[in-house]
Each structure stands twice: as structure tokens, then as C-alpha cells.
Design a protein around this ligand. Structure first.
Ligand code: C2E
Ligand code: CA
Ligand code: CA
Ligand code: CA
Length: 279
């Protein structure tokens, strides 16, 4: 009986230890990954619905794990955020995306913008202004072509800080997008106070928009109201032609989703641009 009791105890203990071990292991692997430069930036096209043209790309981080292969943010961003490792990773993504932007600009794609996600940690760190300034200086990009994305929940956590921070960064010339709009306690009321340029309607609205009449009304109302506030509206997660037609009908400005392109490596994004230039 003594042995059994012990093994039962061990069973629970192991379970707890496993998830803790997983986290600790992931943490140390992430540190190595930063040192060894195991990250990659993928790019997902953003389409101007009226012009029917690629007008930008969102930079999305990927981890090229030496044994596990390509890992999407779902597998590591949370631990990276908790440990603060997201800050050096995010800075690298920003630099990389801006270098790419410059390269495309020099190749003649002068209309292309680039969007980069800022984590909560990055946004809450006052050094972010200096970091962004340095990256712009180093890569010599036109700051107007850089869009920084923060989620609605980050923006709402501390409104006065967010407003001040967005204003500071906008004074350098960069633009701001409110990401995942509609997933938090969104109210159109706070929107008029946040000095963002773009609003990204979350994929969850688009998922049901073709079946649900109410969702159609909500989406078209969000678009109309946002445009009244001079915001550019981007629909996320557009997967079907039907959705695209609906979005065009309600005058949504831009769209992003698998219908147009999945996030792809830098080289493929370059090919995509070349192919469209020949059209
Ligand atoms: P997000 O910023 O909302 O990015 C959009 C996510 O939706 C991407 O997932 C993209 O691949 C996916 N997506 C786009 N279109 C479609 C579609 O039509 N259907 C479906 N099913 N999915 C679509 P991804 O690349 O896995 O990134 C997930 C999240 O990780 C991002 O959500 C963002 O919050 C975060 N993330 C990605 N890269 C970075 C980064 O460099 N820094 C930080 N802080 N966060 C990042
Ligand atoms: Ca985003
Ligand atoms: Ca989003
Ligand atoms: Ca999202």
C-alpha cells in the first residue's frame, strides 16, 4: 500500500512537473533560438478591395526549430511574452520587416506597406519609441509605410498611456492599427479617443458573416462607423470569394486572408509581387 500511495502521488506530481518542465524547456530553447537566429519572418498580403491590388504585407514571426520544424506563434508567443523574450524577438522582426520593405521599395514596389505586430511587453516599454526610431534610421525606410499593430485588449488596458504612446510613435511618421477588433469589450465609443489609423476586424466576425444576417449588419455598421472616424478598415481571415464580394459591397477598404495568400516566406512574397507586376 505504501508503494501504491507513493506512485499515485508521483503521478500527480509528474503531471504538474511536466507542464512546468515543458515551459522551462521551451524557455531555454527560446533563448538558444534567439542566439542562433532560428526565427523567420513570413509575409501575408493585404489587398486593396477597390483597386484589387496588393498594397502591403503583415509580417508574422515563425520559429525554425532545429528538430521540431516550423513553429507558428501559437506554439511559443505566450511563453515568450511571459518571460519577456518577446521583446528581442519582436525587435528582430521589426528590423527584418523594415529591411524587407526597403528592399521591395528599391525593386520598384513603391506602394507597398508593411505591418508589424507589437506585443504587450513591447508596447508597454517606453523604449519602443527609440527602438522604432533607430530601425527607421538604420533601414532608411519611409516611416509612413510602416504600420504597427496592437490588439484592442492591449490598447484598452491603459487608455491614457496608449493614447500618449500612439501619438508619440505617430509623430515619427508611423501608422497604427488596432488589431483583433471586436474580440474584447469593444465599444465604438473608445475608438474616437484612440488615435489609430487602421482598424482590423477580427476573423471571428468573418467566419460567420455569410450565414448570419446579424453579423452582416454588425460588420457593415463597424465599417461605416470606422470610416466616419477616418479609419481605414481591414478585414482579417477572408477565406471565400463570397466574403470578399460582401466586403466589397459594404465598402471595406482592405482584406487579408487565405483567399488571397497564406503567410509566405520573404522569397515567395517577392515572387508574388513580381508576378503581379507583369500582369
Ligand atoms: P494576428 O496578428 O491576428 O495575425 C493573423 C493570424 O491569422 C496569423 O496567424 C495568420 O496566419 C492567420 N490568418 C490570416 N488569414 C487567415 C485565414 O484566412 N484563415 C485562417 N484560419 N487564419 C488566417 P499566425 O501567423 O499564426 O499568428 C498568430 C498570432 O501571433 C498573430 O495574430 C499575432 O497576434 C501573433 N504574432 C505573429 N507574429 C508576431 C510578431 O512578430 N510579434 C508579436 N508580438 N506577435 C506576433
Ligand atoms: Ca496582427
Ligand atoms: Ca488580428
Ligand atoms: Ca488574432
Amino acid at each position: 500500500a505504501k508503494g501504491m500511495g507513493k506512485s499515485t502521488y508521483c503521478f500527480y506530481d509528474e503531471k504538474i512537473n511536466n507542464s512546468l518542465m515543458d515551459k522551462i524547456e521551451l524557455q531555454s530553447e527560446l533563448r538558444t533560438a534567439i542566439e542562433n537566429n532560428e526565427f523567420d519572418v513570413y509575409y501575408q498580403a493585404q489587398i486593396d478591395l477597390e483597386k484589387d491590388r496588393i498594397v502591403g504585407f503583415e509580417a508574422l514571426v515563425r520559429w525554425n526549430h532545429p528538430t521540431k520544424g516550423l513553429i507558428t506563434p501559437a506554439g511559443f508567443v505566450q511563453v515568450a511574452e511571459e518571460t519577456g523574450l518577446i521583446v528581442p524577438i519582436g525587435q528582430w522582426v521589426l528590423l527584418e520587416a523594415c529591411k524587407q520593405l526597403k528592399q521591395w521599395e528599391e525593386a520598384g514596389f513603391t506602394e507597398i506597406n508593411i505591418a508589424v505586430n507589437l506585443s504587450a511587453r513591447q508596447f508597454k516599454d517606453a523604449d519602443i519609441v527609440e527602438t522604432v526610431c533607430e530601425v527607421i534610421k538604420e533601414t532608411k525606410i519611409d516611416p509612413n509605410k510602416l504600420e504597427l499593430e496592437i490588439t484592442e485588449s492591449i490598447a484598452l488596458e491603459n487608455m491614457s498611456y496608449s493614447i500618449a504612446m500612439i501619438q508619440k510613435l505617430k509623430s515619427i511618421g508611423v501608422k497604427f492599427s488596432l488589431d483583433d477588433f471586436g474580440t474584447g469589450y469593444s465599444s465604438m465609443n473608445y475608438l474616437k479617443h484612440l488615435p489609430v489609423n487602421n482598424l482590423k476586424i477580427d476573423k471571428s466576425f468573418l467566419d460567420t458573416v455569410m450565414e448570419d444576417q446579424n453579423d452582416q449588419k454588425i460588420v457593415s455598421t463597424i465599417i461605416t462607423l470606422a470610416q466616419t472616424l477616418d479609419l481605414v478598415v481591414i478585414a482579417e481571415g477572408v477565406e471565400s470569394n463570397e466574403q470578399a464580394v460582401f466586403l466589397k459591397n459594404v465598402h471595406c477598404d482592405k482584406a487579408q486572408g487565405y483567399l488571397y495568400s497564406k503567410p509566405i516566406p520573404q522569397k515567395d512574397a517577392g515572387f508574388l509581387l513580381e508576378k503581379l507586376r507583369e500582369r
